[in-house]
Design a protein around this ligand. Sequence first.
Ligand code: E4P
Length: 214
Amino acid sequence: MKIFIDSGDTNEIREAQSMGLVDGVTTNPSLTAKTGKPFKQLILEICEIVDGPISAEVVSLKADEMIKEGKDIASWHKNIIVKVPLIPEGLKAVREFTAMGIKTNVTLCFNANQALLAAKAGATYVSPFVGRLDDIGSDGMQLIRDIRQIFDNYAIETQILTASARTPIHFMEAAKIGSDVITAPWSVLQAIIKHPLTDSGLKKFLEDWEKSKK
Ligand code: E4P
């Protein structure tokens, strides 16, 4: 499973990258707005840090405007993936991007039918939001299982990008199910590295080592 970091914070992206954790980056308008940096400058800074797919989202709502915006965004760097919302106009835009050879990440996917439609439009990635489904009492990870089954039934090549991951359990379940990619915030990536027994075991080793020197 590939690991993307879901962030616009270049410090945390750099830190995660230095640990060899990160295969790519996803951003969204909320994350990029939070940085206060101009959008293009931020995306290009991220492209300098991580040599992998970097999702940058369009904010237009009409297909022709999304296409114009997405073509511009895609021209900034070879690794940019144009992120498009899963709405009818978005699917029209994805079809065009696919025909132009521009890679896409179809975002805000909340059911398996939507995922199938994104794949039919030629999406490179589809992003089901598991955490936001859990928030409303649905089972986010069941959606990943359903999409995996459907995509495998038809040998669909669109990659499942588990998004809105909030916990280490989301992470482990996504890997068990066979999600192609997971994107998670830095806090979740840090949480999967840590284990209290690793910390207490290391503390004990170092104490014993110090004692043996006396
Ligand atoms: C994915 O691409 C989205 O940016 C992200 O995972 C949304 O996560 P959230 O539901 O925690 O905001």
